[in-house]
Design a protein around this ligand. Structure first.
Ligand code: ADP
Ligand code: MG
Length: 267
């Protein structure tokens, strides 16, 4: 028997309070390296807040977050990106006037800059020669093209992001997140508002991601969850209800009454 995969992410008693309201209340679970881990729960369960705590857009009120055993609880977003945490922040991560290719390219170049310990501009200012810069850009462009093909946007390179359909924007967001070469990819309801065909394509894309990309996914589409996920966490009213294999979670009476039994499963 092989050893189980190590934990990539560990949440220890993580809380987020807004005033006296506990949006996330002492949540603890682990995400194995290579997992396809879904977080489900009714609206208001605290899922997006939890993602904010992991990506760093929100500061935890209490508890700690460990990436590979390293405490990242107090690190700002860009440091977490540098450590390999990437999130699709719904539409806010796209530069709408820029082309599709440029959006992915900027993320790839930012990542290359972050790898050198600074932003692209700083790297350039620090004396990266013109030729080396051009070389970095050519490599990033090739990578961006590959990513756009992978997410299903191979013919949309030169279109401004603003002209994409809703589903295409979601695909572009995934490409932008992948361009940062994440070890942990956070997807908050990526299929929201997508057509069935787009959802199907996105599901295939996520399923086909390499194992060295660990996926933590919030999703309302339970078909997608049970097709993709090898582990499911259920949240309810800010609390962690359970984490386990999809079949166990589906069969749990507690989960049934908190979530799966309700009819309100759309966002
Ligand atoms: P989910 O993603 O599971 O639907 P959220 O994490 O978005 O849930 O929200 C959890 C709860 O926290 C909701 O009741 C929401 O109204 C509340 N909440 C989220 N963000 C804030 C905020 N900035 N200030 C106050 N309350 C918030
Ligand atoms: Mg949400």
């Amino acid at each position: 028997m092989t050893d189980p995969a190590p934990d990539l992410l560990e949440l220890r008693g993580v809380s987020k309070h807004f005033g006296s309201f506990r949006a996330v209340d002492e949540v603890g679970f682990t995400v194995r390296a290579g997992a396809r881990h879904a977080v489900i729960g009714p609206n208001g369960a605290g899922k997006s807040t939890l993602f904010g705590l992991v990506s760093g857009t929100l500061a935890a009120t209490a508890g700690s977050l460990l990436l590979d055993g390293r405490d990242v609880t107090r690190l700002p977003v860009h440091r977490r990106v540098g450590l390999g945490i990437a999130a699709t922040f719904q539409h806010s991560s796209l530069f709408l006037p820029e082309t599709v290719l440029e959006n992915v390219l900027l993320a790839a170049l930012r990542r290359a800059g972050a790898g050198a310990g600074a932003g692209v501009e700083a790297a350039a200012g620090a004396g990266l020669g013109g030729r080396r810069k051009a070389g970095a850009r050519a490599a990033a462009t090739a990578r961006a093209r590959t990513l756009l093909e992978r997410v299903g946007l191979p013919t949309r390179h030169d279109v401004p992001a603003a002209e994409l359909s809703h589903g295409e924007r979601r695909q572009l967001e995934v490409a932008v997140a992948l361009a940062t070469e994440p070890r942990l990819l956070l997807l908050d309801e990526p299929a929201a508002g997508m057509s069935p065909a787009e959802t199907e394509r996105l599901t295939r894309l996520i399923a086909a991601l390499p194992d060295d990309v660990t996926v933590l996914l919030i999703e309302h589409d339970l078909d997608m969850v049970f097709e993709l996920a090898d582990t499911v966490t259920v949240m309810h009213l800010g609390h962690h209800l359970t984490t386990g294999p999809p079949d166990e979670v589906r069969a749990s009476a507690e989960v049934q009454s908190a979530y799966l039994g309700t009819t309100e499963v759309s966002s």
